[in-house]
Ligand binder design. Structure first.
Ligand code: SPD
Length: 280
């Protein structure tokens, strides 16, 4: 009998893939954690039945979450990753000459499961610059002032424990936790299915940060494929970043060319964040 993993992407849409083997299933204090060996995507990590990452396309998301902010900041030394317990963003961050990378993940079981089933994604945990905090990211950020050059919010969707990571109040704490030249990025969901959320996040970010940008990446296993990442920066603008540092990185998706191109937004996305944009 064939076995399928199905993600309910919206009340009217499901995406499925064939499962060759269920490798792991458990209920942690926070969520249902599952790892499947799939026919199409290699290993797949699901939290509460939502796809977080897969062997096949993880590099797109993790590279874009890490390298766009780290190349934009003129000299990033102290980096904080909130969420991201699989370790994929950390693995990309340590490709830069940073001094410290702090990972704050609320669910320690995600870290342990990923170390066991996704060794290539979680490989960065072995780097001596990485410090792991199993804690609530909202509280963690609230207690830090002016400490980080770059903060990366690699959250789950805005339901359950991650809901607060999409609120203006949280972005204000992020701004306070950043050094004077600091900047942050957060994953901000699908422009097709979460337009209202993206719009309200950007209204909030514009009230907090002098530079606010949105960029896109293609992630086949996320709803709609087209995924948004938002940036709030105190000074540096990704559109005028020195892209020489992008050239030496060992990546598969991100490049200087992609850095420039990912800020070119389709009209319907531009209209979400700049309501005055004229229609074609
Ligand atoms: N719809 C799923 C969005 C999940 C974003 N975070 C994934 C974590 C990968 N490191």
């Amino acid at each position: 009998m064939q076995c399928w993993f199905t993600e309910n992407q919206s009340p009217d849409l499901r995406i499925s893939c064939r499962v060759k083997k269920v490798l792991h299933q458990e209920r942690s204090e926070f969520q249902e954690i599952a790892v499947y060996d799939t026919g199409q995507y290699g290993r797949l990590l699901a939290l509460d039945d939502v796809i977080m990452t897969t062997d096949r396309d993880e590099f797109v998301y993790h590279e874009m979450m890490a390298h766009v902010p780290l190349v934009t900041h003129p000299n990033p030394k102290r980096v904080l990753v909130i969420g991201g317990g699989d370790g994929g963003v950390v693995r990309e961050v340590i490709k830069h000459p940073v001094e410290e990378v702090h990972l704050c993940e609320i669910d320690g079981r995600v870290i342990e499961v990923c170390k066991e089933y996704f060794p290539a994604i979680s490989a960065g945990y072995k780097d001596p610059r990485v410090r792991i905090h199993v804690a609530d990211g909202i509280e963690f950020v609230r207690q830090r002032k002016g400490q980080f050059d770059v903060i990366i919010v690699d959250s789950t969707d805005p339901v359950g424990p991650a809901e607060g990571l999409f609120r203006e109040e949280f972005y204000r704490s992020v701004s306070k936790a950043l050094a004077p030249e600091g900047l942050f990025v957060g994953q901000t969901e699908s422009p097709f299915f979460n337009g209202d959320l993206i719009k309200s996040i950007h209204e909030g970010l514009n009230r907090i940060f002098p530079v606010v940008r949105l960029y896109l990446a293609n992630i086949p296993t996320y709803p709609g494929g087209l995924w948004s990442i938002s940036m709030g920066s105190k000074q540096a603008d990704p559109l005028s970043a020195d892209l020489k540092r992008a050239e030496g990185l060992k990546t598969r998706y991100y490049s200087a060319e992609v850095h420039r191109g990912c800020f070119a937004l389709p009209l319907f996305v531009k209209q979400l964040i700049s309501p005055g944009t004229p229609r074609a």
